[in-house]
Design a protein around this ligand. Sequence first.
Ligand code: ADP
Length: 765
Amino acid sequence: MRTHLFLYLLVLSLSIDLSSQSSAIDDPMDLRNHDFDTDQIISLDGQWSYADSCLYPSECNPTISVDVPNVRLDEMGFPSFGYGTFYLEFIVDHELPLMLKVFDQFSAYEVYVNGELIGNVGVSGPDKESTTPGRQMLYLPLHDLSSDTVRLAIAISNFSHHKRGVGGKVLLGLEKAVLHQKFLDDSYDMFLTGFLILATFFFLGLFFNGRQDYAILYFALFTLVYAYRIVGWHNYVLHDMINIPYRLGLIFEYSTFYLSGAFFAMYLEKLFPHEAPKVLTRIFAYLSIAWTFSTLLPVQILTQFNIPYLYILLVGIFLMVGILIKAVLNKRPGARYSLYSVMGVLAVFIFKSLNYLHVVEENRLVSIAGELIFFIFQALILSRIFTENWRQAKLEAEQLAVAKSDFLSVMSHEIRTPLNAVIGTAYHLMESDPKPDQVDDLKRLRNSSENLLSLINNVLDYNKIESGKIELDQSFVSLKSYCETQVSLLQPLADQKGIVLKLMCDQDLPEQVCIDRIRVGQVLTNLIGNAIKFTIEGHVILRVALLRESDVDIDMRLEVEDTGSGIAAKDIQKIFGAFEQSNNSLTREYGGVGLGLAISKKLIELMGSTIEIKSEPGIGSKFSFVLTCQKMDEVKLHVQSKEPVDLSSLKVLLVEDNEMNVLIAKRQLEKRGIQVVVASSGAEALAQVGKESFDLILMDLQMPVMDGFEATLKLREMGFDKPIIALTAASVTPKELKEKHLDGMLPKPFSPEDLMDKLKQFAEK
Ligand code: ADP
């Protein structure tokens, strides 16, 4: 680096010559009184003698005195390329175990002690052809010195690098101290390189696997090129391990220097896009990249090319610090730390420059602290920004999911309320002696509206399962009759297709088991429904088998077998995904949206089991799952079986604001002889309960002025302790029901059977 560089002018203006030892040719440096135990390594800086165009050990006649290591022969009037030998004579206790450390001299050099060659880098010769340049440091033990006077000669030939002279220092110290120093230097370089390579792969991984955030990519590239500068330059650790040809070493050394500037500028531009003047950062980055190509030029040119780049770099540094200061002022996340860390590395840079100019002694701790702090802070800033983005994205996704779920709930509520009226009216018309030519139309009306309802229910259920809102509601059922009901619900469908639908239950199954009747029913309806849908001829069987029985519970397998189309092995995993169907013409024929199995699978998992499938195309399929259920104990069973449920003595208060819904529910209840009083609002319900007594209340939840929840709370405060059952088209979890003092829920729209089942459940209690 040249003194005309502004930065170094600055540095030079501060420089003071700290070198303590100086020696002229006729005045050997006497080190016999030097205490190597306390000051273990010294730098042989000072006046050396020089013989130009002469390579030791040929007869050389040193004529001039030069200042080592600051000497630049080209600046003293010698040609830029040439060869010569530097001499230094010093006196030292020859019995001490000493070692020389000779820094890289930019080209080929040989080291002689008392006329004997003790080490060389490359091959020194009097012309370009006979010289092979090299870049390395030498550690040379000074064993077997015959006398205290040491005549050190360094013969350097340079026909490549633009710098001519002694490129680096020569150190003398106790062998163990010099080697210990080397160990520490190499260890630090290896440690920092390992750290940087790890950071490179970590950030590259983040970039390619995660969000394509270019700040992360440029930082990864910056750490990579910086890692090379630590291990491939600096102390040349990499050159000690593998033989890197001189030319290639120079290409790497210079290109990583330029690229680190380019990548760091691009990194800052992406990190603080509002603060970085895009045009300037781009110009700087592109110039740095252009300079990278200069490494392909001949060595003597490429080694000179970095001088103008240093000016560009200086502008780049001002630019980058400016961006950071602006980001700090704009309170960008991480900007303050980024500024501190860049200032830290700049301080190291200046410190190293001062050391290069021998103004200050090298201090490894300063470099370690500066570089590590820089990289650790940058990595922390990036990970903070990354996690901040990720948290933001997660929040947005969650808000979207809530919006989607709310939308679906509202929509399904809005659709289910009028659908309730449609289904109820269809049932009512069918039961009120319709004309024979209307029966088919009415059936179609009822079936279509029920299909529509089941579709809406599926979408809503899937939505609820996805958002974890489904809780199981377990109660005891009479297993056999429960399964018979499930099968009978689908019997008309099987009859229509001429398929045999059978139930086969093990004889020794217990009478009453505890299950979530709605959810198990939903799964069975879906499996049996699919089996019928995909079977053209043959049978569909629901098998219930007892696998294990203890005093308290049982394991039973529920299996739906069909002789239908079967499913190809490649589609088996696919059909459990939402909106997935195997590519089957039957599927297209019979429709469906591909939610049934996805819901069934999740519901079965919620019950602590897994769905299993065996299927062979053309032969048929078996879907099964195992449930562990509690049994009802003998005493309770005995008592229960003796008490038939009579609903006709019930007196029910129906709280509902929708006239159509009132009409339907009232009809259904009165048909079973149940006495019904209607209240069209929460306030009216409170008034009625104040006047007369009821066995049960059916409470609509969505009413204007006072909703069902509030009315229930007021009723409980009034001391009403009989069951209150919510009627709702929205979803309410068992936990919510309990919190709001409700005893149960009947989802709208409901069939007459659903309503009666619910009433029976509470009348039994
Ligand atoms: P849907 O029946 O609404 O299309 P499901 O999730 O219930 O959705 O089923 C997904 C797909 O799995 C069906 O479209 C069909 O291709 C296949 N499938 C399900 N059950 C059977 C079966 N018993 N036999 C043959 N294929 C079936």
